[in-house]
Design a protein around this ligand. Structure first.
Ligand code: FAD
Length: 293
């Protein structure tokens, strides 16, 4: 029997190609001045899911993004590359979400899909940069997680287990986990495949369908027939059964006090000896000047 795979992807401003007016005077990102792209590591997460699908016949790849209507572009791109089902999670109630409110909405959407085996996402988004959304979503779903995955070493649909290689400082470790499991994927492996020309021709005019009820299999795009009509499901907060108190601004305890522009100069870098004593001294110093703690 195939596996149900869910990939979380984010549309982000292209912070890797920053031009003159990319920052506002208050130090925040001027999103309008930067092209919107598929978060780079999320493309690797999608590739990991498509690779698993190819190795376990009958599997399905579902792609979810929470964002404004313009975020459909990453969903179309996912369809071009081979996704079977895509949904845009969008509602004014989700505006100004911090990572807790974002992972809450994603958790609700994943539960709407229901019978999932593996959830995949990028390790980190290049705009928010927190790397919190994956682990928080796993926590909220109450499932296993393996972070910073660069390779899937073994996957056994019969025992419902996966062994993955994860990057750690100065090396790697292998972790085995039972399904359901969430993986956060780095850009070290799973080189994204190019979009398929046939799928691009089909889905370039893909339309969005409001889907308020249960997860609706009629929206699955896989199989022999590819059709653009209603290929993108649109889920608002009601459709995913989200409590408005946990969404968007209402569900975001994070408060930004000030934003400082930090420009590192070479003299800001200090190398320390690789010993417990040197590291302990450094930590004490950082706590004393309130950088940590
Ligand atoms: C202090 C602070 C204040 C903020 N205030 C605001 C605010 O007022 N208004 C506002 O709009 N934003 C705000 N944000 C940004 C918002 O919290 C993040 O955009 C969002 O929560 C995702 O966090 P991240 O970008 O750090 O993702 P990460 O945790 O780095 O992302 C990891 C992975 O999770 C997945 N993922 C992340 N976000 C999504 C998504 N939306 N849909 C699908 N998958 C996703 C992707 O696979 C991604 O690679 C704030 C962030 C911080 C840190």
């Amino acid at each position: 029997m195939g596996l149900n795979l869910v990939v979380m992807v984010k549309q982000v401003p292209d912070t890797q190609n920053v031009t003159g007016n990319a920052m506002k005077e208050d130090g925040t990102v001027n999103r309008g001045a930067l092209p919107a792209i598929f978060n780079p590591e999320d493309l690797h997460a999608l590739e990991a899911a498509l690779t698993i699908k190819e190795s376990v016949p009958g599997s399905r790849v579902h792609v979810l993004t929470m964002g404004p209507p313009t975020a459909v572009q990453v969903l179309k791109d996912s369809l071009y590359r081979g996704a079977d089902f895509v949904a845009l999670i969008s509602d004014r109630r989700f505006a100004a979400a911090d990572t807790l409110a974002t992972s809450y909405a994603l958790k609700c959407a994943i539960e709407k899909i229901g019978d999932y085996d593996i959830v995949l996402c990028g390790r980190q988004a290049i705009d928010g940069d927190t790397a919190q959304v994956g682990p928080q979503t796993a926590e909220k779903l109450g499932i296993n997680q393996i972070t910073c995955v660069s390779e899937i070493v073994d996957l056994d649909p019969d025992t419902r287990t996966i062994t993955a290689r994860r990057s750690i400082e100065g090396g790697y470790e292998k972790i085995k986990a039972a399904f359901p499991v969430l993986l956060t994927i780095t850009d070290e492996g799973f080189t994204p495949r190019p979009p398929s020309a046939i799928r691009m021709m089909t889905y370039k005019n893909a339309t969005t369908a409001m889907s308020g009820g249960d997860y609706d299999e009629t929206y699955l795009t896989g199989g022999a027939e590819l059709k653009a009509e209603n290929a993108i499901s649109l889920w608002d907060s009601n459709a995913i059964g989200a409590d408005p108190e946990h969404c968007g601004l209402a569900g975001s305890p994070t408060k930004v006090k000030t934003i400082d522009l930090v420009v590192l100069k070479s003299e800001d870098i200090r190398m320390i000896e690789n010993s417990d004593e040197a590291i302990s001294d450094m930590v004490h110093e950082l706590v004393a000047d309130h950088t940590l703690g």
